[in-house]
Design a protein around this ligand. Structure first.
Ligand SMILES: [Zn+2]
Length: 131
C-alpha cells in the first residue's frame, strides 16, 4: 500500500492523502476507512510506504501515526514486511520499534532509533538518515 500525503497549493495544512492513487482526507481515513479495511474487509496489510508525512502538522501526525498502528495494522502487525515513512511522525514509539524488528524493509531510520534496537534484525533494505 502506497500512501502519499499531498501538499495543499495554498500552503495551508493539508488533509489529503493518496492511497494507491485514490484520494482520501486524513479525517476519513482515521475515523472510518482504516478501521473498516481492517475489521470488515480483513485487509492484512504487508507493505506500507508513507510518503511526505513531514508536511502534516504535529496533531495530524500524531493522530495519523496512531491510527495506522491501532486501526490499519492492528493485530496484523506480524504480517508486515515493509514499513517506510513513519519515522517523521514518530519519536520512536514501542509499536514502530516492534515492527522494525520484524520487517524486511524499514526506513528512513535515524541513528537514535537504531541504538534502541535490542534484538538482532536482518533487513533486506534499510534506509538510514543522519537525522
Ligand atoms: Zn511510532
Amino acid at each position: 500500500m502506497e500512501m502519499a500525503v499531498e501538499n495543499s497549493l495554498d500552503g495551508d495544512p493539508t488533509d489529503k492523502v493518496y492511497i494507491n492513487g485514490s484520494e482520501y482526507t486524513l479525517e476519513m481515513l482515521t475515523k472510518k476507512y482504516f478501521r473498516f479495511w481492517n475489521e470488515v474487509t480483513h485487509l492484512k496489510i504487508q507493505r506500507l510506504r508513507v510518503q511526505n508525512a513531514s508536511i502534516l502538522t504535529v496533531d495530524q501526525s500524531e493522530s495519523f501515526h496512531e491510527a495506522i498502528h491501532s486501526q490499519l495494522i492492528g493485530d496484523n502487525w506480524k504480517s508486515m514486511k515493509t514499513l517506510t515513512g513513519m519515522e517523521v511522525m514518530c519519536n520512536g514509539c514501542s509499536k514502530c520499534q516492534k515492527l522494525i524488528e520484524i520487517v524486511e524493509e524499514y526506513g528512513p531510520i535515524g541513528i537514535e532509533t537504531i541504538k534502541k534496537i535490542e534484538n538482532p534484525v536482518h533487513f533486506k533494505k534499510l534506509i538510514v538518515t543522519d537525522g
